[in-house]
Design a protein around this ligand. Structure first.
Ligand SMILES: [Zn+2]
Length: 135
C-alpha cells in the first residue's frame, strides 16, 4: 500500500479515523492508533477515548443487566404472590368481587413479568464475564 498523501512512499500504517494509508512523514502515532498528521488527530483521539470508555464500562454494564434480571424475577414473584393473596381474600369474602379481579390481574402480570425475567436471564447468562482493564 502506498501513502495517500505521498504515493512515492510506502504506507507503514493506516489512519484509525479515515483508513488512508500513511507513510512515516504523514502520520501521527497516538499510542493506540495512527492518525493523518494535521488532519485526523482529533477524530482518532475521540475514537481512542470512546473505545477506552466502552471497555471500562462493559463489566459494569453486564453487572447492571444481571441485577436487572434479578429485580424482574423478584418483582414477578411478588406480583404473583400478591395476586394469589387477593384472589384468596376475594374467594373467602364473596361479598367483594374486586379483590378477585385485582388478584387475577396481579397474578397474570406477575406471570408475564416472571416469564420475561427468565428470558432475560437466559440472554444475560450468555454475556462474557469481564473484569475492567487495569488503568
Ligand atoms: Zn485520516
Amino acid at each position: 500500500m502506498k501513502c495517500f498523501y505521498d504515493p512515492a512512499q510506502d504506507a507503514v500504517g493506516t489512519c484509525k479515523s479515515c483508513g488512508k494509508g500513511l507513510s512515516p512523514n504523514h502520520l501521527t502515532d497516538l499510542g493506540k492508533g495512527l492518525a493523518c498528521r494535521d488532519r485526523c488527530e482529533g477524530d482518532v483521539k475521540a475514537l481512542i477515548t470512546l473505545i477506552d470508555r466502552n471497555i471500562a464500562s462493559s463489566a459494569a454494564t453486564n453487572q447492571i443487566l444481571k441485577r436487572s434480571s434479578l429485580t424482574a424475577y423478584g418483582s414477578g414473584t411478588f406480583l404473583f404472590a400478591m395476586g394469589l393473596i387477593f384472589v384468596f381474600v376475594g374467594l373467602k369474602n364473596r361479598q367483594l368481587d374486586f379483590p378477585i379481579y385485582l388478584g387475577g390481574a396481579f397474578t397474570a402480570y406477575g406471570l408475564w413479568t416472571l416469564s420475561r425475567s427468565f428470558r432475560h436471564a437466559a440472554i444475560v447468562s450468555q454475556l462474557p464475564e469481564e473484569s475492567p482493564p487495569k488503568a
